[in-house]
Write a protein that binds this ligand. Sequence first.
Ligand code: ATP
Ligand code: MG
Length: 752
Amino acid sequence: PSPPKHAILNGLNDAQRRAVSSDAATVAILAGPGSGKTHTLTARVAWLVDHVGFRPEDVLVATFTVKASREMKERIGKALGNRRENKLILGTFHSIARRYLAAYGRHIGLSQKFGIADDGDSRTIISRICKRLQLAVDPPVARAWISKKKAKGTEAESKAAPQKASKAPGLQELETCYQEYQKNLEASNLLDYDDLLVRCVELLKKFPSCVSNIQTVLIDEYQDTNGVQYELMKLFAQRHRRITTVGDPDQSIYGWRSAEIKNLWRLLEEFPQTDQISLEENYRSSQSILTSSLLVIEQDKARYKKALKSVHNKGSRPVLRRLASASAEAAWIVSEISRVLMMSGSMLTHSDVAVLLRSASLSRHLETSLGKAGIAYKMVGGFKFYERAEIKTLIDYLRIIHQPENNDALARIMNVPPRGIGDVTIKRLLEEAETSSLSVWAVLSKHCRGDRTAKTKILKHAEQRLSGGLLRPLDDIRRRIGGASAPGGAPFGLVQVIEQLLDKLNFQKYLQTTYPEEHDHEQRWANVQEFISLAADFVRDMDRSDDDFLPEIEGLQQTKEIEVLPRFLANVSLASDAQTGGDRQESKPQVTISTIHAAKGLEWPIVFVPAVYKGSIPHKRSEDDDEERRLLYVAMTRAQSLLYLSCPNTSGSGEHTVLSPFVDPIHRAFMKKGPCFDRPVMEEIARILRRKLPPESAIFKSLPAMFSPEDDLFPVDPEESRQDTRGGFSRGEGGLREDASRAKRPRIHGPS
Ligand code: ATP
Ligand code: MG
């Protein structure tokens, strides 16, 4: 039957329409990068609300990053109008779980004011436990083990338990560490990322009515869900069992975080009526970019094969370039960016460019080169604006204002800014808290009140300084945010709280003394200002959205979370997760520097992937080569028009590098040219502009005349390509070019 007509379906291809308007309860879209999975999922949400008639507040949508959920919200908003998109239950699994726990957590004994321990917090707590108990385990190993154990989900655990009661050496120590860690989190009333999911599973199992309103559940980037997220998905959908998932097994890159590709097959097994749909047209990348990417992923012989072809023309072949050193590589990237933008007559901007890195530590040379050239850039994923010392300190203060029993935060800032409190004092206070089962804040308050039951001895002057410099100011601020009836005038807003804090701590002065070099403290103070803007943005966004609460459920009491501070803090904790990062509305165009992990689902006209060598990708610490290959595939398939891979001859630490084996099959398909004016690049620029500009604009109309898109601009010169192949890659500069049509063609497979 021909699919129904509706504005939401306009511009979609047949398979996409079928997916959007499918009547099946469960729909699984399995398709390659750039085939419009996210696009289709977004349209399906709009369809289900606008055409099928579900209330937006009964539709739950899980995305993989905070940025993705924001974009999706915007797009759905355009389709629905009337700000109805604000009522959707939309966010990452973690943020949705947090919302449910904030609303209903007390039904499972959760204190209302729980905070979130981010990755950094978890790491410090575990290191401290290992040290204190002298456990013979490596803290990062313990951290990974604990997380894995939690992320598996309770279903997996009960299934796996009977066969395996392993007594591997070290297991006892890991268990001890786990228990201590949990105790520690509980004492500070914190949930870590995994807990958010695990406790939400517990809540939904005990109180299914929390989600009795949910009509349908939709999940993007499904290939990267882990066991407990799978369980959550089913619990959210328990009433009506309507689930739509979209994913691509080739882009599963979170195995190290217990994501399980097998969840894809598990769904099909458990829901045999699932309507399986594949999308086979790639709308993102030029043919040669897609061809090269496919050649990379097809080295994985065990993969599930899917058909995928680009709707675009051949385009400019990707560039693979060898450079002398990491700094030469960075300099080349910067000059290439400037060259291409200049060639576009400044119609392309820095925000059309992304540099995608295997690990955050590779960014140093790049930052220096961009800085020298005066090019603005933003860092996304793994770089953690929120983990900069000055920002982390501010966040710790805010956390304590919200939640005085957060012992770790308090321990961290007790002497920051310096107030003459020694490590011994801090240690004693922590110990006293532990033995008396009180929070450190409570112990401290006792001391400062001169309470006789305070057990440990701490110095009089320490008491005075903590009382005057820490307890009292924070108490003051806390009182002032307590709502309209707060004593001493109007309640503080979030920005005011931060400003008060900066004022009471004399923060700018503190930065000046602690970081005497001018550019250093100025940069840090600028970061603080940025943090204030982020807070202001957050408040504004919150004001704009009509309703961020869960719908009322009969017979189940909900805690309304009206305070801004806890929501801001949760936002900060969840955003500082490796997968996302500061993506504030930019005031001027910026180049994006991102980890590959954080670039998932996104696209840019121009993409650079530096450091393509063994040890970087595949990464030396990774045990899963297939996952590393998928990472490179994800990176390459972010590019729409121009893709540059590069490899320095020596790594950052000065070792000689070997080109990543993953690019072996594409050597010959790549072209490598010096920085000169070249027509394929111009052609690509024209193509990007065609996509960006409104078709009625004068420039748009003149583009086809400037460039003929179907021109085969580089007919192959057999002599040249033979020489180049012999010369190999390590030869450094020089031109290797070969017509992409002569390169090995990817095999296009139908779904098997
Ligand atoms: P990934 O696997 O990387 O997440 P995806 O399958 O989710 O990719 P989308 O991001 O949804 O792909 O789409 C890729 C690009 O193609 C987007 O710019 C999107 O707007 C565009 N696109 C998708 N479908 C169509 C279509 N039918 N017509 C025109 N453009 C489309
Ligand atoms: Mg997507």
